[in-house]
Write a protein of this length. Structure first.
Length: 263
C-alpha cells in the first residue's frame, strides 16, 4: 500500500501515530498524522487504572501512539485507545513512523534533483519498495549498501534509481557492528611463512555480504588479530566463523597448526 492519503481511513486494530490537539474533561481529540483525520480518545481508554487528571497521562501537542478501536466513515468518527497499546508496540511504531518520514524526505529530495513531481516519484517507487522490503526506508538502506541494482531489479527507472541512491548515501547512516578475535597460526615447514600468509589471505577472501568487511593484522607471530564489520551481530559472527575456519583448515592441510580465540 502506498503512503496513506487524506481520503483514506485507518483500519480497526491499526496502531496510529497521532498528535494531541485538545484535552477535554471526558477525553482527548488527536489527529492521526498519516491520515490527516481527527479521532477521539475517551477517558476510559487512557489507562487500565483510574484517571483523575488526563493531563497526568497526555499533554497537548504530544505525539502519541494510539490503537484504532472503531471507524465510522459515514459519521467521520474514529475511536482510539491508549491503554490497549503496549510499551513495545509504542516503541516499534514510533521507530517505523520516523523511518517512514525520513524515507518521504529522501523521495522529496530526489524529486527536486530530478525536476519531477513528488507524486510521480511516489508512483514509481513506493509500491515496489514496500512490496519487496516491507518498508521504504529498508529498501533505501539496502540500495545504499548494495548499489543501484537493488532498485533496478524492482523495475524502478534508472534515472530515478541513480538519484535515489545518491541521495540515500548522503542522508542514511548505515548501522554497523564489529566482532573481534585472534588467530594463532604457525607452520614449521621450510616454506611455513608462505603457507601462513596463504591461510590468512584465504580467510580474508571469504565471501561476505555487501557492506561487510574482514580485516587482519599482525599482533606478534603466531598471533593475528581478526575483525569483522557487518550490519548486525548475527551476520558478523557468521562471517567470523567462515573466515577463521577457512584459515585453520588451510594451515592444517599445509602441515601447520591453527586455532581461533574469541575476543
Amino acid at each position: 500500500m502506498s503512503s496513506p492519503g487524506k481520503d483514506e481511513w485507518p483500519e480497526v486494530g491499526e496502531l496510529a501515530v497521532t498528535t494531541v490537539n485538545k484535552i477535554t474533561r471526558y477525553g482527548v481529540y488527536a489527529t492521526l498524522d498519516e491520515y490527516g483525520k481527527e479521532g477521539f480518545l475517551h477517558i476510559s481508554e487512557i489507562s487500565t487504572g483510574w484517571v483523575r487528571n488526563i493531563h497526568d497521562f497526555i499533554r497537548e501537542g504530544e505525539k502519541v501512539v494510539l490503537k484504532v478501536l472503531r471507524v465510522d466513515v459515514d459519521r467521520k468518527h474514529i475511536d482510539l485507545s491508549l491503554r490497549r497499546v503496549t510499551k513495545g508496540e509504542r516503541r516499534e511504531r514510533i521507530l517505523l513512523w520516523k523511518r517512514s518520514k525520513k524515507a518521504e524526505s529522501l523521495l522529496r529530495s530526489a524529486s527536486q534533483k530530478l525536476g519531477i513531481s513528488l507524486e510521480e516519484i511516489y508512483a514509481k517507487t513506493w509500491v515496489p519498495l514496500e512490496e519487496a522490503f516491507g518498508e521504504i526506508h529498508e529498501g533505501l538502506e539496502r540500495a545504499t549498501k548494495e548499489g543501484v541494482d537493488v532498485l533496478l531489479k524492482l523495475g524502478i527507472p534508472s534515472d530515478i534509481a541513480n538519484v535515489l541512491v545518491e541521495v540515500a548515501k548522503e542522508k542514511i547512516r548505515i548501522r554497523t557492528v564489529k566482532v573481534r578475535g585472534h588467530l594463532r597460526i604457525s607452520c614449521t615447514k621450510p616454506d611455513g611463512v608462505l603457507r601462513i600468509k596463504e591461510a590468512l589471505l584465504k580467510a580474508k577472501g571469504v565471501q561476505v555480504t555487501p557492506g561487510a568487511s574482514i580485516s587482519l593484522d599482525v599482533v606478534s607471530p603466531p598471533k593475528y588479530r581478526i575483525e569483522v564489520t557487518a550490519s548486525d551481530y548475527k551476520e558478523a559472527n557468521e562471517i567470523m566463523r567462515k573466515a577463521t575456519e577457512t584459515a585453520v583448515e588451510s594451515i592444517t592441510e599445509a602441515g601447520g597448526q591453527g586455532v581461533f580465540e574469541r575476543g
